[in-house]
Design a protein around this ligand. Structure first.
Ligand code: SF4
Length: 219
């Protein structure tokens, strides 16, 4: 499948994932109006960094294949939608190409679950690692984490990404049992707690490092 076709499918499938973006606009498309600009194209959205800057993001799924069957999700295994999957190299190339053309300042990456949580999370972490370590990409990266993924993978994701998030899905065991039976509340809460702990740890490390620099530079 051509990359452009994959992009159309996987950018459209990502539009339901929260990336801290909020905007509203009427539907306009230069391809039908004959003018310039469009509010309909999928793939690029916006988010806010901790210092308040608004950045444009390539917002895509790694794949919309999923082994789970959550009743509320368009990507569930029983859904009759076109499927596509990017390789790690394809996501990296798209991000770098879009960045160099000044279309985006960062990447938002989420995914359906392929094989299992760890395999999927590994692929996502690898995208971030290759961008950071092999391409020296300093732009913004937001990874949507998979709740059942191992703590080591969440830690690796945190080393490369600016932001990690987890979908709460449904707040009660009963809701999950009815609509997302393969998921469990303890594992979602556990992953959220793990992220919370990692965020606190990173904040403390930064505070310690800032305090150290202030001491070194003071006369
Ligand atoms: S695990 Fe995620 S992508 Fe898969 S069906 Fe459930 S909500 Fe959709």
């Amino acid at each position: 499948m051509e990359t452009i076709r994959k992009l159309a499918i996987l950018a459209d499938a990502a539009k339901y994932d929260a990336s801290c973006a909020s905007s509203g606009a009427g539907r306009r498309d230069s391809r039908t109006s004959g003018g310039i600009g469009s509010t309909e194209g999928a793939g690029i959205c916006h988010s806010y960094t901790p210092d308040g800057r608004c950045v444009s993001l390539l917002k895509i799924l790694l794949t919309n294949f999923c082994i789970y069957d959550c009743a509320y999700c368009v990507n569930r295994v029983s859904s009759n939608v076109p499927r596509a999957r990017f390789s790690v190299a394809e996501v990296v190339a798209l991000t770098m190409d879009f960045y160099k053309r000044n279309y985006i300042e960062g990447l938002f990456l989420s995914s359906g679950i392929i094989r299992n949580a760890d395999y999927t999370m590994e692929r996502m972490v690898e995208v971030a690692r290759v961008l950071r370590e092999e391409h020296r990409f300093a732009g913004y990266i937001h990874l949507k984490t998979i709740p059942e993924a191992s703590p080591e993978l969440l830690a690796a994701a945190g080393r490369h990404a600016d932001r990690l998030s987890i979908n709460i899905e449904l707040p009660t065991e009963t809701g999950l049992a009815s609509f997302a039976p393969e998921k469990s509340l303890p594992s979602i809460r556990g992953a959220m707690g793990e992220l919370r702990w990692r965020i606190d740890e990173a904040k403390q490390a930064k505070a310690d490092s800032d305090a150290g620099s202030a001491t070194v530079s003071s006369p």
